[in-house]
Design a protein around this ligand. Structure first.
Ligand code: XIL
Length: 671
């Protein structure tokens, strides 16, 4: 986003320039190692925005082989028994958090996610609970347990198994008999989820069960009906955990269907307790691939580290042998997490087989989001959107523009049809403050458990917030750099330093920026040092001024080893459009994908509009991501792009142009 004045002048010479320019990538950049293939389960999973976790037993934390593997391979942990009722509240009202804390604190210190397991379960339940016969007493006891435990771990747990194993095996599709169902009725699950949401609104709330992996099983159908009903009635539920304790045959052939059918209800799905008798390589690979193929399958947890740690140790069902050596299934799991073609043993899966096409077609919505000026905000345009889908909502951040200058706005909505009626929260009223702030980019940093909003202030700046839905939670701006890096000073000419963009792989974070003068810059820091330490600024790509103007986006393509670069250019008609390139690593060299004016990534010429072409500019925007974390992972299929457009007849002061936001949906997706 050019903060000052771009007057939209026509440049007849631009077409000629575009026809002959090629993208120059400095040799220094191409020498960087390919960061796409990671060597551990957690790091590889993180590249698609997922986690790879394990059950952990507090009693084994003194074993160095065990903790060595734990910290090397896994970025999520589930206490195997330490957060169950019979450990935490063995007698009524007396809470023992010691063993759970040991695991939770250890995980927090290492940036590993924590799954809370489990609040309401008929097993490992003390007899003082299972002998209660009075409904009001049991209701009070259950809600108190949920509230106390979730309060204690508030802010530390990524997802809670609120209710575990409540459905019956066999053909009934009904809930099993338990003290909870028998005394409170089948409504106990809803009650538990409602208590859980009010205890810790930031934790994901999961229903967890076994034998719900085969789609046609009555038990699967029973759980599916419950989740569908919860979503329809607004009962809070965010995820379904499929335990996935498999026999040697591995997952049922319908496993991926089951995952995607649950996900289609609007919940995340997670594989929560994976083990497979005898650990066949193909069975593990098939399980992992099913998850990789479902965008909302957010992570996998194996139920223990070494075979000797397993609750079914006689079956040798895990990824490490008794000595802590990697078993063959470890390799097939790692490969399947990387989604490489070599890992495909069965039928190619639609998502991982899909590279991006080399040309694109789109259909556009009309203008969905317009400025909402109020008494103190006289706004002409809403611009530069950043968007994530999180907790069932789209969260959109954008620039507000007027002749008085730029600032930021936040809105959220659950469906695009409601985007126009969402409330606009002006961020100049928060600690972000008044003054020049523009071109936001939002993502969640999983290590730090913080949302980051990156934006331009003249420097590259950011604010953080533990809760994306709270506009008042953003911190005051801080700068990534002490001043403009020298290489930018040397190349910027008469341009402007704009459109800062952060993306991380498992090792490094990169900060990209543009100069309205044909250069894309890239700085680097380590994941551990982020947001500090951005140095090594280089020119990542360059072209003529209008061919590589601004608004660059860089993404990881889910289930592939590709990164995608988009850069906004100015066409021979004076209109904005996007060019695209791919690379196999963030520091690698970018090869053209759809990168010309005649084969653009997105330009009015490859977009169909609803009645009336409301814009001829396809300008500064962002892809709808598959996740929301620092890896900026996008799906490979059915891409969507939120962009700024404007009335083709509007003119005058650049800062006063009537920009609106619209949504492109890819219409030539082959998968
Ligand atoms: C198991 C543990 O692994 C054992 O150590 C314990 O003795 C029994 O529970 N479903 C679940 C897990 O949700 O909590 C269970 O864990 C395995 C089945």
């Amino acid at each position: 986003m050019n903060p000052l004045k771009w007057l939209g002048r026509r440049r007849a010479s631009v077409l000629a320039l575009l026809a002959v320019t090629t993208l120059v990538t400095p040799a220094a950049a191409t020498a960087a190692p390919d960061a796409v293939r990671a060597s551990t389960l957690g790091a590889q999973a993180a590249q698609s925005g997922r986690y790879f976790g394990t059950a952990v037993a507090a009693g084994r934390l003194g074993d160095g082989t065990y903790t060595g593997i734990l910290d090397r391979e896994f970025n999520s942990v589930t206490p195997e028994n330490e957060m169950k009722w019979d450990t935490i509240e063995r007698s009524r009202g007396s809470f023992n958090f010691g063993p759970g804390d040991q695991i939770a604190n250890r995980a927090a210190a290492r940036g590993q996610r924590l799954r809370g397991h489990t609040l309401v379960w008929h097993q490992q339940l003390p007899s003082w609970v299972s002998s209660i016969r009075d409904a009001n007493t049991l209701r009070g006891v259950m809600n108190n347990h949920i509230t106390q435990v979730m309060n204690h771990y508030k802010g530390k747990v990524y997802a809670w198994d609120v209710v575990n194993e409540a459905f019956a095996d066999g053909g009934s599709g009904q809930m099993r008999s338990s003290v909870f169902r028998d005394v409170l009725g089948t409504g106990f699950i809803e009650e538990a989820f409602r208590s859980a949401r009010s205890a810790d609104p930031s934790a994901k709330l999961c229903y967890n069960d076994y034998n719900i992996e085969n789609w046609s099983d009555a038990k699967t159908q029973g759980v599916y009906r419950m989740v569908r009903d919860f979503k329809a009635r607004g009962v809070p539920i965010d995820c379904v955990g499929l335990q996935s304790h498999f026999g040697a045959g591995g997952p049922p052939s319908s496993f991926q269907t089951t995952l995607s059918n649950f996900a289609a209800l609007g919940v995340d799905v997670q594989i929560t307790e994976l083990d497979i008798a005898q650990a066949p390589t193909a069975a593990y690979a098939n399980t992992v691939r099913a998850c990789m193929n479902v965008a909302r399958c957010t992570g996998i947890t194996v139920w223990g580290i070494r075979d000797s740690d397993s609750w079914h140790s006689g079956e040798n069902p895990l990824l490490f042998d008794r000595n802590g050596n990697k078993k063959p299934a470890y390799q097939s799991t790692l490969t399947a997490l990387g989604g490489s073609a070599a890992a495909q043993t069965g039928a190619p899966s639609p998502r991982s087989a899909a590279a991006l096409p080399s040309s694109f077609r789109w259909s556009s919505s009309g203008a969905l989001i317009a400025p909402k000026p109020d008494a103190t905000h006289n706004i002409a345009g809403i611009k530069d959107p950043s968007v994530v889908h999180y907790n069932g909502k789209y969260h959109v951040f954008a620039s507000t523009a007027s002749s008085a200058g730029y600032n930021l706005v936040y809105l959220s909505f659950s469906d695009w049809s409601q985007a126009g009626s969402a409330t606009h929260h002006y961020l100049d009223r928060t600690a972000i403050g008044a003054g020049y702030r523009a071109a936001p980019q939002v993502f969640y940093n999983t290590q730090q458990r913080l949302w980051y909003l990156v934006y331009q202030t003249g420097n590259a700046s950011y604010s953080t917030n533990p809760d994306i839905s709270n506009p008042n939670g953003w911190s005051a701006p801080r700068n990534f750099y002490s001043s403009m890096p020298d290489i930018i000073k040397q190349n910027i000419g008469n341009g402007y330093w704009v459109d800062m963009w952060v993306i991380c792989d498992s090792a490094n974070c990169y900060l990209f920026s543009s100069d309205d003068n044909g250069h894309l810059y890239r700085s680097r820091t380590t994941v551990g040092q982020f947001p500090n330490g951005f140095t090594n600024t280089v020119i990542a790509a360059q072209d003529s001024k209008f061919a590589m103007f601004e608004a660059s986006n860089v993404y990881k393509v889910q289930g592939s080893n590709q990164y995608l670069l988009l850069v906004e250019a100015i066409g021979s008609d004076g209109r904005r459009y996007f060019r695209s390139w791919t690379a196999s690593s963030l520091a690698g060299s970018w090869s053209p994908l759809a990168a010309s004016e005649s084969n653009p990534f997105a330009k009015s010429s490859n977009v169909t509009f609803p009645a009336g072409t409301w814009t001829r500019d396809i300008s500064h925007g962002e892809m709808i991501r598959a996740g929301y974390d620092q890896t900026l992972t996008i799906p490979a299929c059915k891409l969507q792009y939120l962009y700024q457009g404007k009335d083709p007849n509007a003119g005058g002061d650049y800062n006063n142009l009537p920009w609106r936001l619209g949504l492109l949906t890819q219409s030539n997706s082959t998968c």
